[in-house]
Design a protein around this ligand. Structure first.
Ligand SMILES: NC(=O)NCCC[C@H](N)C(=O)O
Length: 305
């Protein structure tokens, strides 16, 4: 069943060479304007798998209690609803153990959604499920990654018309990164590639937009040129400690208008935000994050502003 509002769905909205028109119904100029619609994944079929060094360590030492994780996800959904954000969900599929990480299987852009190309076989079905979701929501597909692998946590919109693309090799590989980079260069964007170590999984582990010209960064693991580049654009940096970052403490979601959803145990960042006057919904995500992702990884902005 399609949603009543469905009308704009198409399988390839991208104009070759650039000049694709931004969507009218689903504005998404950046990742810091007020969020009105978010896409999440259900934790109904969540499994704790050895997907990365981070999730493997927890699996070995203290595996995720799935029921507790599901309760934490429900708290996160409540936080979005509390702030008046409309929550859209992928339809849960039992074959998709990582569908909760809605950041990765697609990327919403001002021109429609990119369907990514997940690296790990147990996540590839999420790409097909995402196509069905966008059809149901009536959101055009901008294009699909075909040249290599690409995961949405590596598409990091720094500000309007400017994206930092993470490339760790194991998840987003260089061929996938360069294909997406080329599309956005053609659209007239400033695009930078960040070659990261695969240990960090995606760039949104360490660099996350908070508000206009304000970015959370783990400077201990982020290449200095990225910090200098952000500062050169006039961004203030909130430095998130390395240990907190490895616990997904930098991986927060900006709701715009001075509101942020963040993990409560990321104390340095939560305090820094509150000191600047932000309203922070500090929620417990410790259990669910053992499976390798955080609040930003679990959310795909659909509409802002
Ligand atoms: N954007 C993200 O960093 N997503 C986290 C994905 C976690 C999942 N366990 C994975 O390793 O694919």
């Amino acid at each position: 069943m399609l949603d009543k509002t469905a009308n704009d769905f198409t399988i390839q909205a991208r104009i070759t060479g650039g000049g694709t028109a931004p969507m009218q119904n689903w504005r998404l100029p950046n990742e810091t304007d007020p969020l009105s619609d978010v896409l999440l994944g259900s934790p109904a079929h969540l499994k704790h798998l050895a997907t990365s060094s981070l999730s493997r360590k927890h699996l070995r030492e203290d595996p995720c209690d799935i029921q507790v994780a599901q309760g934490q996800h429900a708290e996160m959904v409540s936080a979005y609803e509390h702030f008046g954000v409309t929550v859209h969900m992928h339809r849960p599929e039992p074959e998709l153990p990582m569908q909760v990480y809605a950041r990765d299987s697609s990327v919403m852009t001002p021109y429609g959604a990119i369907i990514t190309a997940m690296s790990q076989w147990w996540r590839r079905g999420e790409n097909y499920a995402a196509i069905r979701t966008y059809e149901r929501l009536g959101i055009p597909i901008y294009d699909m990654v075909t040249a290599g692998t690409f995961e949405g946590g590596d598409f990091n919109v720094i500000e309007e018309g400017c994206v930092l693309i993470g490339c760790g090799g194991a998840r987003t590989n260089e061929a996938g990164a360069r294909q997406v980079a080329g599309w956005f260069e053609d659209e007239g964007w400033e695009v930078k590639l960040a070659f990261i170590d695969e240990y960090y999984v995606h760039i949104d582990l360490m660099v996350v937009p908070i508000a206009e010209k304000l970015t959370a960064v783990c400077t201990d693991c982020t290449d200095p040129w990225i910090v200098d580049w952000l500062k050169g654009k006039g961004h203030e940096i909130i430095d998130v400690p390395f240990r907190d970052t490895m616990n997904l403490g930098c991986n927060v979601m900006s709701l715009g208008n001075g509101r942020v959803i963040a993990p409560e145990r990321s104390k340095t960042l939560v305090e820094a935000l509150r000191a600047r006057g932000f309203e922070v919904a500090a929620i417990d995500t410790a259990e669910i994050s053992k499976t390798g992702g955080g609040i930003h990884c679990m959310a795909q902005s659909l509409r802002r502003g």
